[in-house]
Write a protein that binds this ligand. Structure first.
Ligand code: MLT
Length: 211
């Protein structure tokens, strides 16, 4: 099968097929300034046998790709976040059809800005994902209505001295997910905002518990 053009699916992206069709497919969502290739090696370390679907964020901030616009650090353009979340959901639909991805088992693996749009997707359209690994994420918005997240599995990995994400943010996000019915693990890493080897090891071990 020839790869579908980015224009057909709406996002520049990479797709790596599964080595084992039983392994859950993973949606990779990079951080600010990343691209569709950024998280492929990390995705492979965390989920060696999974299919990897990796879009590039479409918003540019001083030349750096992101998944949605922000007004300043940690202050998000909520209208754009809502629009971009819906756009990403459409991409997932189309990519799932094009690559034969089992959408019901799709897990996000998001870092920083990518974790934040994964959180937005889970809060707005919980059926779009089976859960995810959100690294250095924060509460992207306060939902007016709590989503039904029963059956969703979510791992939050945050740094205990992250200068960008205040400690209360992942706590609030975890509480929201739990109240919605998700199985949530919140793990504090001895780290700042950057992703570490330990995040990879903890995420890989968590993923194995889902099998
Ligand atoms: C965001 O804008 O999503 C967060 O501040 C994380 C970042 O991208 O630096």
């Amino acid at each position: 099968m020839s790869a579908p053009a980015a224009a057909d699916l709406g996002f520049i992206h990479r797709f790596e097929p599964a080595a084992n069709p039983a392994a859950p497919p993973i949606l990779l969502l990079h951080g600010t300034g990343g691209d569709e290739s950024d998280l492929i090696p990390i995705g492979r370390m965390i989920a060696p046998e999974s299919a990897l679907l990796s879009p590039r964020g479409k918003v540019l901030e001083e030349g750096m790709a992101r998944f949605f616009r922000r007004l300043s650090e940690g202050v998000f353009d909520q209208a754009d976040l809502e629009f971009r979340t819906a756009e990403l959901e459409r991409f997932i639909e189309r990519a799932a059809a094009a690559y034969n991805i089992d959408k019901l088992r799709l897990l996000a693996l998001g870092f920083s800005n990518g974790a934040n749009i994964a959180a937005s997707l889970l809060l707005r359209s919980p059926h779009a994902l089976a859960g995810g690994i959100l690294i250095r994420g924060m509460l992207p918005f306060q939902p007016a209505q709590l989503p039904d997240l029963h059956g969703r599995h979510i791992l939050l990995l945050n740094g205990d001295h992250d200068p960008i994400v205040p400690r209360t943010q992942p706590q609030q996000l975890a509480a929201l997910f739990r109240t919605g019915g998700a199985q949530v693990t919140l793990e504090w890493q001895p780290a700042g905002h950057a992703l570490t080897q330990r995040d990879i090891a903890v995420a890989a071990a968590w993923l194995r518990t889902l099998a």
